[in-house]
Design a protein around this ligand. Structure first.
Ligand SMILES: [Zn+2]
Length: 560
């Protein structure tokens, strides 16, 4: 393994490095390099989950590219999903390069950049499908793809070694309700120029068949609505503007009006309208006015399909929203698939709703189609290989099992060179095939309200330990002769809080600590390190024998 400083590459060769996103869902961050110049593609966030207590989102670690920022010719964002765009506003200052993306993606990016100070110098260039731009040794061409967000792009990257098609996220929805199809003629034409490597979306590489169409969802929702009597609340990704349109059309057909709840939905819909989308849907109803409309004439859209703690649906389900409640007679429809890892949070929201008598309809609970994936299933990926005819396939965007599933598919399709990366793999892409030639250390960063820290930061590991083992604080006031006052003991997460048992337990520890200190000589008593260690060992021995636990221990010494 090279460290990030000493990686030496032949500048005549073309290399690809997925820094993150190629072992997990989220934090997509990739780069190509040739002639000592670098081109980055996507810079997204990931959900932190239980492994990172106190942390909601993760960012890719940009240190490697930051060290090469003067040779970084650009950052291309394929589309405005959080896992591709979400980290740009946090990290742009460390990269400092121009950004290239489609019109809708640029609208969303500008809003995100404005949320974080210091981003006003960023140059965001809008590109359109069919555009060709030259960024140092890379000639980039943009091809429209259908996806669950408007204006998604695949990127053709042409270099002196050959062409790479970097797919971004896509599916082959033949009749999207909004935006472009993934056009066979355009991809075949790009393939005709000769494509050396295809670097592509693996999300659904283990799912047989095809994704289907958003038009089917519009019909599915239109058929479902008449079966529901009261209010309908639908939870979805705010960015799925095509879904918003499907819901609006199904609602109109069923004489229901649509309410948007929450900032992120208003932002996304506003940006889409700015770009000319959603001009044909009826006006949305203000959420403060919805009480004036009969229950059977309402559809309420809200975020929270992944059980995110602060999303609208979670807050409403917990009864924490200032004026919106969901009760018996209401129905919540989940028009989104759980992202792997979010199941527990989603179930918690569903249980809260069920406890209030709300009917919940998930994707598996109805015969009607209420969701399609934005990612290609196996037959679509095979079609893409046939259109583009790459020599090399490099699966990205997924967990290991999805990457391996696409690799198997590529081998079945007689692709001669298939390389499955891990995060940090340095892959040489050459006319005779691709190979992993090195590996650089990569990682993710954790976002706290006022700082960004490495995900391995001692604060996070300490939190994790405290979560599992509890904690004991010991405060000692010492003078020249030893303890000047009784030791103060506080325990957390060990015994029932505030009862006699806790007081007795803390007294036991205090007694043990006093005995342990009495064993020390005067010279040892003058050393804080020696005192702390002596006390820690004694307290740990007692807790271990009484509870069988090894809590985190902090010893605070005050000298008077
Ligand atoms: Zn996406």
């Amino acid at each position: 393994m090279s460290n990030s400083k000493n990686l030496v590459l032949n500048p005549k060769d073309l290399h690809f490095i997925p820094f993150s996103g190629s072992e997990e869902f989220g934090v997509n961050f990739n780069a190509y390099t040739i002639d000592n110049k670098w081109l980055a593609i996507d810079c997204g966030i990931g959900f932190a989950g239980h492994r990172f207590p106190g942390i909601d989102i993760l960012l890719p670690d940009p240190a490697f590219l930051e060290a090469r920022a003067k040779d970084l010719v650009g950052l291309i964002i394929t589309h405005a999903h959080e896992d591709h765009i979400g980290a740009v506003a946090y990290l742009w200052k460390r990269l400092g390069c121009p950004i290239y993306c489609s019109g809708f993606t640029a609208e969303i990016l500008k809003l995100k950049m404005a949320d974080i100070p210091g981003n006003d110098r960023a140059k965001i260039h809008v590109v359109r499908p069919g555009d060709q731009i030259k960024l140092g040794p890379f000639t980039c061409e943009f091809l429209a793809v259908a996806h669950s967000i408007p204006d998604a792009l695949a990127v053709g990257v042409e270099t002196s070694v050959g062409r790479v098609l970097h797919s971004g996220d896509w599916n082959m929805d033949p009749t999207p309700t909004l935006g472009d199809i993934t056009d066979e003629a355009l991809f075949r034409a790009y393939g005709d120029k000769g494509v050396l490597a295809y670097v592509g979306d693996s999300t659904n590489a283990d799912v047989p068949g095809r994704t289907g169409s958003e038009a089917d969802v519009e019909k599915g929702l239109g058929d479902l609505f008449p079966e529901i009597e009261g209010r309908i609340a639908i939870t979805l990704f705010a960015s799925n503007v095509g879904r918003v349109r499907s819901i609006c059309k199904a609602a109109k057909a069923n004489k229901r009006k649509v309410v948007l709840m929450g900032r992120s939905l208003h932002r996304m819909v506003g940006a889409a309208m700015e770009c000319g989308y959603l001009r044909d849907v009826p006006e949305f109803v203000d959420d403060r006015q919805m009480d004036k409309i009969k229950d059977e004439n309402l559809v309420i859209l809200m975020t929270g399909s992944q059980g995110e703690t602060n999303a609208m649906l979670s807050r409403v389900a917990r009864g924490e929203h200032p004026f919106m409640t969901l009760n018996k007679g209401d129905t919540v429809v989940f028009s989104a698939r759980p992202i792997p890892g979010n199941e527990e949070e989603i179930n918690a929201v569903k249980n809260n709703l069920a406890a209030s008598g709300v009917r919940v309809i998930g994707t598996g609970d109805t015969m009607h189609k209420i969701h399609i994936s934005g990612h290609p299933c196996r037959d679509e990926i095979l079609d893409m290989y046939r259109w583009v005819r790459p020599k090399i396939v490099i699966p990205v965007h997924g967990e290991r099992s999805q990457l391996e599933a696409q690799a198997r598919l590529a081998r079945e399709a007689q692709i001669s060179s298939v390389v499955v990366p891990t995060n940090g793999s340095v892959i040489r892409i050459a006319p005779e095939g691709a190979e992993i030639i090195d590996h650089i250390p990569t990682g993710v960063l954790a976002v706290e309200p006022n700082r960004i820290i490495p995900s391995g930061h001692v604060a996070i590991s300490a939190r994790r330990k405290m979560q599992f083992t509890g904690i004991i604080h010991i405060t000692l006031v010492l003078d020249d002769r030893g303890l000047a006052e009784d030791p103060q003991i506080t325990t957390m997460g060990l015994i029932d809080h505030g009862n006699e048992q806790e007081a007795a337990f803390e007294q036991d520890i205090a007694d043990e600590v006093e005995d342990a200190l009495a064993e020390l000589r005067d010279s040892e008593l003058s050393s804080n390190d020696k005192v702390a260690e002596q006390v820690r060992v004694a307290a740990r021995r007692l807790v271990s024998s009484e509870l069988g636990l090894k809590p985190k221990m902090s010893v605070h010494i005050v000298r008077v």
